[in-house]
Ligand binder design. Structure first.
Ligand SMILES: [Zn+2]
Length: 128
């Protein structure tokens, strides 16, 4: 299997194990290295990819110098990555005028040294 230089920095390697899925109750937990299910406490967790297209639930533009290593303004969103799992993440757009609530998103490459917290999203563009 060959590796394409166009692949996200971490995406194809880590997206398959992004979340933990509980065998007991079916609840998704993030990140996937959680000790136990956030709903029932069982430790029978399987690492799984996102079960749905990520959805943008909220967003805000930060103008202060609040995120180390990033030049403001920075757009931060709350993205639903599984039923009941909403994570705060960087949104890779120049400004929030491109964004609307509940729009579909896609995960893209991020810092390969921080695979869980380095999650970033951008609007899911129509293909073709
Ligand atoms: Zn559970």
């Amino acid at each position: 299997m060959t590796t394409s230089s166009l692949m996200p920095a971490w995406g194809v390697d880590h997206l398959p194990t992004l979340l933990a899925h509980c065998r007991q109750c079916g609840t998704y937990t993030f990140p996937s290295n959680a000790w136990s299910c956030r709903a029932c406490g069982a430790d029978t967790l399987d690492k799984v990819p996102m079960p749905q297209t990520p959805v943008l639930r909220n967003f805000i533009t930060l103008h202060g110098d609040v995120v180390p290593g990033l030049t403001p303004p920075v757009v931060v969103g709350e993205v639903e990555i599984a039923p009941g799992v909403v994570e705060e993440a960087l949104i890779a757009v120049d400004d929030e005028s491109r964004l609307t609530l509940d729009m579909p998103m896609e995960a893209i490459g991020a810092d390969p040294a921080d695979t869980q917290r380095g999650l970033r999203f951008r609007p899911l563009e129509a293909q073709g």
